[in-house]
Design a protein around this ligand. Structure first.
Ligand code: FAD
Length: 420
């Protein structure tokens, strides 16, 4: 049976980075290790190619624990030791240059996710780490003679001294091979917290969504729990078939995990820069100055026309009546509605539409300095598999790089210690 010093299971972002760093670390110490990445898909990095709409927002210059969920504090400590600059230095060493936008989101200079994957593939090759595809691992078990025995769905078996599990999450399953994560981890003695889709559209049963379908508008979106704000972000909202999406909604979706949905509502402020009183005065003036226009035009000076008509309809404003017939009370209500358009929350959309997974292995089950499993010495965990999920903007890939570097280097260091 083939035997390797280190086998990395999962040829995605964190796995490729782990293999690269393990290889470079060992080579620099003059003791190269035999390293293999096994990937279940026919090719590595399928999800990576889809990131950032094919442009790959690979990290963010403003990494902060507050942008993460799940085991946030422990994640923050690890990210402080492996910051964005460390990831960028590694990509530069692989020959990949990057550029940041005004909000600190970092992309490859070519704006091609394929360039990031290529850098990692060559980076692994240069570091002496081989990649084997079409090898979906179904079990990892401690071998009687030490190390680990890995078995694949296709009947193959391999032996490893140490092992990094970088299996990713349940989000966007079309980019990942079969889901053996929970069974594999539980088989190794780990717990596995229930998984939820995150960075995903939010479902709502609001009747407003039908007339708004296909529209997008700039808003401040606020998640309310029993009427109190728990999260708020400015951004563009896209109204879909029973869903609200857009980056601010994706970020809002991470706050639905473990919540009683019946207590949640989304409030959209469609005119953030105008105070309610100022808006009310504007609507009154508009009706006074243009009183003969149809009432359906009430919001035509401030909102997208279709959005305005849908909001007007929900107030019972009929298209044929003239603006001058609208009562001051109705205009006050109209101003309030523009500032606070409510949607009920039916939960996140499915994993198929999600960018990331909330849940997975709790960080307390790994050594926070090395990411070595506290259940199985010689086993390391990295990436989305762990109970950490970030906001949109490069935060999730930064987690993948940081954990990949940490797990890869520490696995290599432990193997070298064992050799000597
Ligand atoms: C559409 C989309 C866009 C995104 N855009 C961004 C972005 O721009 N910026 C950002 O920061 N994040 C983005 N993300 C999130 C980001 O892709 C993930 O956070 C990141 O890929 C996680 O890295 P990972 O190594 O943990 O998992 P993955 O990259 O998913 O890698 C895991 C790999 O393991 C393989 N695998 C799983 N089980 C097995 C097994 N049993 N045997 C063998 N192989 C196995 C899978 O096939 C997969 O290739 C996006 C996600 C999606 C879906």
């Amino acid at each position: 049976m083939e035997r390797y010093d280190l086998i990395v299971v999962g040829g995605g972002a964190s796995g490729l980075m782990a293999a690269r760093r393990a290889g470079v670390f060992a080579k620099k110490r003059g003791e190269p290790l035999s390293i293999l990445v096994v990937e279940g898909n026919p090719k590595p990095g399928k999800k990576l190619l889809a990131t950032g709409n094919g442009r790959c927002n690979l990290t963010n210059l403003h990494i902060a624990a507050s942008r993460y969920h799940g085991d946030r504090e422990a994640a923050g400590r690890l990210l402080a030791r492996y910051p964005a600059g460390r990831s960028l230095k590694e990509f530069e060493a692989m020959g990949l240059l990057t550029r940041a936008d005004e909000e600190g989101r970092v992309y490859p200079r070519s704006l091609q996710a394929a360039a990031v994957l290529q850098a990692l593939r060559y980076g692994c090759e240069e570091a002496g780490a081989a990649i084997r595809c079409d090898f979906p691992v179904t079990s990892v078990a401690p071998a009687s003679e030490g190390g680990f025995l890995l078995k694949s769905e296709t009947g193959g078996a391999l032996r490893a001294g140490h092992c990094v599990l970088a299996l990713g999450g349940k989000a966007s399953p079309r980019h990942s091979c079969g889901d053996y994560r929970e069974a594999l981890l539980k088989g190794l003695g780990h717990s596995f917290l229930p998984c939820f889709p995150a960075l995903v559209p939010v479902k709502s049963a609001s009747k407003l969504l039908k007339p708004l379908k296909g529209m997008r508008c700039r808003t401040r979106a606020t998640l309310l729990k029993s009427g109190c704000p728990v999260f708020s972000e400015r951004g563009e909202v896209l109204f879909g078939e029973g869903t609200l999406s857009g980056i601010c909604m994706f970020n809002l979706s991470s706050h639905l995990v473990h919540e009683d949905l019946s207590r949640l509502e989304i409030s959209l402020d469609l005119a953030e820069e105008l105070e309610a009183g100022v808006l009310e005065e504007y609507l009154k003036r508009f009706c006074r100055d243009h009183g003969t226009l149809p009432a359906s035009e009430l919001f035509s000076g401030i909102l997208n026309l279709r959005v305005g008509q849908a909001v007007g309809k929900s107030l019972g404003i009929s298209g044929t009546a003239p603006l001058k017939s609208l009562s001051p009370q109705l205009l006050r209500q109209a101003a309030r509605l523009v500032k606070d358009l409510r949607f009920d929350v039916k939960g996140p959309a499915s994993f198929e539409n999600a960018q990331i997974t909330a849940g997975g292995v709790p960080l307390e089950e790994v050594d926070p300095r090395t990411l070595e499993s506290k259940k199985r010495p010689g086993l390391y965990l990295a990436g989305e598999l762990l109970n950490v999920n970030g906001d949109c903007g490069g935060y999730n890939l930064q987690w993948a790089w940081a954990t990949g570097i940490c797990a890869g280097e520490n696995a290599a260091a432990a193997l070298l210690r064992n050799h000597s």
